[in-house]
Write a protein that binds this ligand. Structure first.
Ligand code: ADP
Ligand code: MG
Length: 312
């Protein structure tokens, strides 16, 4: 890495706190099922047993459906946590172009080999050597390109446990320089996604309101349970993010449904905002591109509910 993780660097844009507008959503311990949906406002469900997490923390953002909001949620939660002072690393687990690594451009040093997540799977470098600063302070990235697909075809030894092992190596070498690692999964439940789930403390499940696929949700549920049983017993579901939320009876039904499926998880609506779709083109997090947008506010609130500095 060319700069110290999360360190102040004049060449990097600082991620400031938001102004507090638009307003934060109401936080409730149980859904209000009585209000007619026309009057129902989006609420954040925090079940009584939910506890915010203290660093170091690893989250995998998983949903095998494309367009669910995984990449947007990874970038925006990461940017919100970096703005709150956490040292954040984002791992691009998707081989498709125009994803995370094209949104937050990794700043490669000159005259040295360019590593990526693939190099970590094939033991060519450490996770830290594959981590690069972005143009935003406190926000670093492990990039990926099309060659990440080779992991699925060639199945390097111990691939399912490769990310967990890479993180454990960091911990052994004196602790991770990152408070939070967010893994942006591909739209599949392939080997790289399973490696992400195996390395994570918690899964965050983005679901696009209007794009719900019940069969897909239950196969995701099964995958999570099977990872819990076989490769990562500590894994839990931290939150379901209802992305591109808009006011409809369907959004409310969906919210009720995921709260039933994942009773231990926070259920967090992220309101639809046209600015969210524009931010990747501008190569900026939404909170920089449109700090007054509902999407920036909702991700900011989500980040503050998920993490705390105090050990609980
Ligand atoms: N809150 C939102 N409001 C409007 N559009 C959104 C919002 N969140 C995500 N999108 C858009 O939805 C599309 C899919 O999001 P993306 O994060 O790429 O999903 P995934 O990574 O799961 O495939 C993108 O075009 C993105 O800009
Ligand atoms: Mg994506």
């Amino acid at each position: 890495m060319s700069t110290s993780p999360g360190g102040a660097d004049p060449a990097r844009t600082a991620l400031p706190p938001l102004s507090g507008l638009p307003e934060r959503l109401e936080v409730v311990p149980a859904w209000d099922a009585d209000t007619p949906y026309r009057e129902w406002r989006p609420q954040v469900l925090i079940p009584p047993a939910f506890r915010p997490a203290a660093p170091p923390r690893v989250y995998a953002l998983v949903n095998q459906k494309g367009g669910a909001g995984k990449t947007t949620s990874t970038v925006e939660l990461g940017a919100a946590l970096a703005a709150a002072g956490y040292r954040v690393r984002l791992i691009d687990g998707d081989h498709q172009e125009a994803a995370l690594s094209a949104w937050l451009l990794p700043q490669y040093p000159e005259d040295s080999p360019r590593h990526s997540l693939r190099s970590v799977f094939f033991d060519e470098c450490t996770l830290l050597e594959a981590t690069y600063p972005t143009l935003f302070e406190g926000l670093d990235v492990v990039p990926s390109g099309r060659d990440l697909q080779r992991v699925e075809y060639e199945r390097p030894i111990g691939a399912e446990g490769a990310l967990a092992a890479a993180l454990a190596d960091e911990a052994d070498a004196g602790g991770s320089p990152y408070d939070v690692t967010l893994i942006d999964a591909a739209p599949s439940l392939g080997l790289v996604t399973v490696a992400g789930l195996t390395a994570a403390d918690q899964v965050l499940v983005p679901v696009k309101v209007g794009g719900l696929d019940l069969k897909g949700m239950s196969s995701l549920h099964r995958t999570i349970r099977s990872v819990q049983r076989k490769t990562n017993p500590k894994l839990s579901v931290g939150a379901v993010l209802l992305t591109s939320w808009d006011k409809s009876s369907f959004a409310r039904e969906l919210a009720a449904r995921v709260a039933e499926d994942y009773p231990e998880a926070a259920v967090i609506p992220i309101r639809r905002s046209i600015r969210a779709a524009e931010a990747p083109v501008a190569e900026e997090p939404i909170r920089v591109y449109a700090p007054d947008s509902t999407a920036a506010a909702d991700y900011d609130q989500a980040a503050s509910l998920l993490m705390t500095r105090e050990a609980m």
